[in-house]
Design a protein. Structure first.
Length: 276
């Protein structure tokens, strides 16, 4: 299984999860042309994509969705609340009419499969209709043995609880939100209302919260974590990595940090390609 962030942040989000036989996009908050360019940089094109999974209806996650459906006939999977909200969020009635034939409703905490990947949507907390994160599972052969590989993509989540932590355990790799440095946000230029929204229980995970969640789910199996959805105004890669590592060290010890490959997803280019 492979995992890569194609674009990450307020200008647009998209990630690729794939096996040899199945290629899935998680969100497409960039144009169809940009998505194709980003995919080409890791050896694929939109023609290879079997399905698009949407986490929620904010524009930085759905900008290219209509193009992928119309031009490439790519089916879209999302919760019922997200599918119903697409037309209002985009201002395009296509999602209420012609697009319906390519829209598939999924239920949180209920597995479904696309190709050889089993997918579990699970509920998260964000100020939208019915947001979710996704866990991906697949069996693959390695040296004659079948191995169970697991990855997840979780961003745009105001806080985590035991349920979310449970869904993120025993992973091999993950894309995990580390949106903001709290000090930068509090002292930064955003209006007070926007600051409150970001820091609310339905906003975004801070660097500290990301590190705390990672401290709860870390295991010898988890080898790669890509920190995603960093705010351009209220965070830096250095602050995100430093704070998450500090939280991990405090909770789990320095050896836990050494065992984990931790990186940051760029906004305008692809992240490290994780192969598990």
């Amino acid at each position: 299984m492979k995992l890569v962030s194609l674009s990450s942040g307020s200008k647009g989000n998209a990630a690729l999860v794939c096996t040899e036989n199945t290629k899935l996009l998680v969100d497409c908050g960039v144009s169809g042309r940009k998505a194709n360019e980003l995919l080409k940089s890791v050896g694929y094109t939109l023609d290879d994509i079997d399905a698009l999974l949407i986490t929620h209806e904010h524009s930085d996650h759905i900008k290219g969705v209509k193009r992928l459906m119309q031009a490439y006939d790519i089916p879209v999977y999302a919760t019922g609340g997200t599918l119903k909200a697409l037309a209002d969020a985009s201002g395009d009635e296509y999602f209420n009419y012609a697009g319906r034939r390519l829209m598939e409703e999924v239920a949180t905490d209920r597995y479904f499969s696309i190709g050889d990947i089993d997918i579990l949507p699970f509920r998260i907390y964000h100020d939208v209709a019915e947001p979710c994160a996704y866990r991906f599972e697949a069996f693959q052969e390695n040296a004659g043995q079948m191995e169970h590989k697991e990855a997840a993509v979780l961003t745009d989540c105001g806080h985590f609880d035991d349920m979310i932590a449970d869904h993120m355990k025993l992973l091999d790799a993950a894309i995990l939100e580390a949106n903001h440095d709290r000090g930068m946000l509090v002292n930064g230029p955003y209006p007070a209302m926007l600051k409150r929204r970001i820091m609310s229980s339905d906003g975004h995970l801070s660097n500290n919260a990301s590190g705390q969640l990672l401290s709860e789910i870390i295991s010898p199996k988890l080898k790669n974590v890509i920190l995603g959805h960093l705010s351009h105004e209220n965070n830096t890669p250095e602050k995100a990595l430093g704070t998450v590592r500090a939280e991990l060290t405090s909770a789990c010890g320095a050896e836990a940090v050494k065992m984990l490959a931790l990186s940051v997803a760029p906004q305008d280019s692809v992240s490290n390609l994780v192969i598990i």
